[in-house]
Design a protein around this ligand. Structure first.
Ligand code: ADP
Length: 253
């Protein structure tokens, strides 16, 4: 078969990392909220699940994280079937809107926590925590507690805590939803820069079209438990697959 470079979806077309294969999720025996999900995420890609509230985005992320199990179909990490692997064995970094920092620990202790649970030797952990504090520009706040930080700073700590153990995949669910517009745009840039610098693979959930289009290599547009289109931001904008995508992508832009 000829090698068709035009069909490559992004700047990171190479190695598949995650594959959803005909995944369905039903709640309470009858409420089918994810209908037939097929999606491959490549190493180094920034993929966003975008769609209106209730369209099934978070449920997909929860299945990827391991907090929900698919009713039908499979999720693979490389060749490993993930369906029933518990969250702590998946080793993914997670950042959510309510970042859930430990209030009784300092910034430094919060970031160190994932290394402690992985029993990393103290000297190596010190080095990693110092590196990430510098990278995420939190050095001067190392000894503060979360309540002594602004919302944006707290979200940076949550990001640092998700990155410090160098997970092979980062999952983010509306991580900037609680921030005001200016700070949100600033954090979008920071996350994008980290993605590029560190070669992270990111799955990001948002209902905000412009956030998805700004940040992503590819966007999966959800409606009513079904992916309507998976494509690069420019192709979604220029060649929407149907009226729903055209209308949803067009809103607020
Ligand atoms: P989104 O992230 O796009 O807003 P969700 O995945 O959170 O959508 O929700 C999709 C649908 O699944 C919603 O109707 C929601 O009420 C339902 N749902 C999500 N989690 C549960 C659950 N644990 N039990 C029952 N219904 C749920």
């Amino acid at each position: 078969m000829p090698h068709d470079t035009t069909s490559k979806p992004s700047a990171h077309p190479s190695t598949p990392l995650i594959r959803f294969d005909a995944v369905q999720k039903t709640f309470d025996g009858e409420n089918l909220v994810v209908k037939d999900l097929n999606l491959t995420i490549h190493k180094g890609e920034f993929v966003t699940l975008l769609g209106p509230s209730g369209s099934g985005k978070t449920t997909c992320l929860m299945m990827l994280a391991g907090f929900e199990v698919p009713t039908n179909g499979d999720i693979f990490l490389g060749n490993q079937r993930l369906n029933s692997v518990p969250p702590h064995k998946r080793n993914f970094g997670m950042v959510f809107q309510n970042y859930a920092l430990f209030p009784h620990m300092t910034v430094e202790e919060n970031i160190r926590y994932p290394l402690k649970t992985r029993k990393m030797p103290a000297a190596e952990a010190d080095r990693k925590v110092a590196d990430i504090l510098g990278m995420i520009k939190l050095g001067e706040f190392a000894k503060r507690r979360p309540t002594q930080l602004s919302g944006g700073q707290q979200q940076r700590v949550a990001l640092a805590r998700a990155l410090v153990f160098e997970p092979q995949l980062i999952l983010m669910d509306e991580p900037l939803g609680a921030l005001d517009k200016q700070l949100r745009e600033h954090m979008q840039l920071e996350i994008k820069q980290l993605h590029e610098q560190l070669g992270l693979t990111v799955v990001f959930v948002t209902h905000d079209q412009s956030e998805a289009l700004t940040m992503s290599d590819r966007v999966a547009v959800f409606n009513d438990g079904v992916i309507q289109q998976i494509d690069t931001p420019s192709r979604l904008y220029e060649h929407p697959a149907n009226a729903f995508v055209a209308q949803f992508i067009g809103e607020n832009n």
